[in-house]
Design a protein around this ligand. Sequence first.
Ligand SMILES: N[C@@H](CCC[C@H](N)C(=O)O)C(=O)O
Length: 259
Amino acid sequence: MTHTFYKYQGTGNDFVMIDNRQNTFDKTDIALINRLCDRRFGIGADGLILLENHPEADFAMVYYNADGNESTMCGNGGRCLSQFAKDLNIIDKKGSFEAIDGMHHVIFDGDLVQLQMQDVANIEDHKSYVFLNTGSPHHVQFEDQIETFDIKTLGSAIRNGAPYYKEGTNVNFVKKLSSNQFEVRTYERGVEDETLSCGTGVTAVAIAMNYLGETPDSTVHLKVQGGQLKVSFTKTEDGYKDVWLIGPAKQVFKGEIEW
Ligand SMILES: N[C@@H](CCC[C@H](N)C(=O)O)C(=O)O
């Protein structure tokens, strides 16, 4: 049977989008999701996202990594899904949706999609790296040779090693460019490779850099392989609140595929 799909990207982090408001998609078919995300045998994407109905919010988000497994929050995916909901006329200038980590608010500002992320209360400082959860787990460490660094090999070793093992983590390598700008390259679990951008990843980096005293600012600019993102937050005694991930999100194409 032929099915309609949409492809979106946010700073090069790309997603297959499916309008599942009629609940027709078989969520147990991991092999199908993996094939749709395959860059040679399918559409090709870092993940697949279902847009679904929600009783209180404007819509709901169900996120799968390219390996076919449902996973934790995807920040760029949330921005792309919001743009998809806008393109489907479900929302207009702003909206709300529920994802696996809770409720999110979104505001459109010209070409930019501003997504409210979860508050972050716990930050683990392990000296050579920082670990925090911004909806998904993130290991953050400095790497001065970021341009030539073998992200896939070293990211994979960290992702699979202690203390993460099977559950894994996403791994972000960071280079400081100025007092409020950082370059980030991310190895993503579930894609098992570097992606061009990771939204929860740059959110983790921005908060970690402020926490470590590397930036005094509450708006941080992040250069990623696929473009530029911005993260803003309010630092409080109880952690980081009012966290926003800001950047572009665009439809690449719409198509039909058999499954
Ligand atoms: N690309 C995402 C993160 C997606 C989830 C991640 N791969 C995981 O399984 O933890 C983003 O933009 O946040």
